[in-house]
Design a protein around this ligand. Sequence first.
Ligand code: CP
Length: 308
Amino acid sequence: MAIRHLMSPLDFTVEETEKLLDLAGDIERHPEKYSRICEGKRIATLFYEPSTRTRLSFEAAMMNLGGKVLGFHSEDSSSAAKGESVSDTIRIVSCYADIAAMRHPKEGAPLVASLKSGIPVINAGDGGHQHPTQTLTDMLTIRSLKGRLDHLKIGLCGDLKFGRTVHSLIESLSRYEGVSFVLISPEELRVPSYVRNGMLAKNIPFEEVVKLDEDTMSGLDILYMTRVQRERFFNEADYVRMKDFYILDRDKMDVAPKDMCVLHPLPRVNEISVEVDDDPRACYFRQAKYGVYARMALILTLMEIEVK
Ligand code: CP
C-alpha cells in the first residue's frame, strides 16, 4: 500500500479533514482510550529549524499514544552539518522510526524527503511556504470555539508574505462555504500571489487593508495575529522597520467585536500586548493545547491505526 504523507493541508479532502478533527475531539474527551495504541511505535522529529510548540507537541502526542520519540532539534546536531541530504537522512530514519515530522528552512525539503521515505513524512513547516499541522490545530481550535468552519469572517494580520501558517490556513478554509478573509498587512508583507490567485480562482471574498482598527475588525469572527518572520528577511533594517507595525493592545480590543476570538500560532513577539492575555477573547494559549490532540489524530491517521 502507498505510504501517505502530509505536505499541505489540501492533501486531505474536506471529508478526511473533518474525520481527523472528529478523532482529535474524541481524543480530547477520552484520552485513556488512546493511551497505549501506539505502543512499540516511534516518531522521529527532524527539526532543522527552531521550534517549541510543533516539536514538543509532536513528541507529547506520540508519548500520549504510548509510543516513543527520537530525533534532532537543529541542523548542527545532525549529520546535515556534514553535508548529508534530507533524502539520505530520511532513508536512514526510515530504519529507526515508524513516522517522521520534518521542519526545514527550505521550501519543499519535506516533500523531497518524502519521495525517498519508507515511512510517512509530515511537513512540520517548510520555510515561508506551508505549515499544515498548525492549520489542523487552528481548525480544531476554531471549530471548538465557534462550532463551525463555514460562514466565518476571518482577519489575518501581520506578516502574510512569509507567514506559512497563514498560507495553509487560507487554502484550507477556502474550501468551506461562506468564508471570507480580511488580510491586514503592510504593502510589502501581503500574501504571495499563489495564495491570492487561489482565492480569486475560487471566488472567495477577501479584502487587503493596511490598518488594524475598529472598521477593519468589524464583523470578524476570528482575528489571527502573526509575528513578523525575522528569519525570512534579507536585511535586518527591513525587519526593524516592520516588526512593530501592529500591536494588538487593550485599546484595540475595546473596539473589537465582543465575540471575536484572537488566535496566534505563536511564538509572539510584540504583536499582541501581554495585557490582552486576560481578555476572554484571547484564545492563543488554548490553541497551542489543541495542537497535541490534532497531532495525535494525525499520527493515527497516517499510520492507519484505529481504536477497536
Ligand atoms: N506555531 C509554531 O510553529 O510554533 P513553533 O515554531 O514553536 O513550533
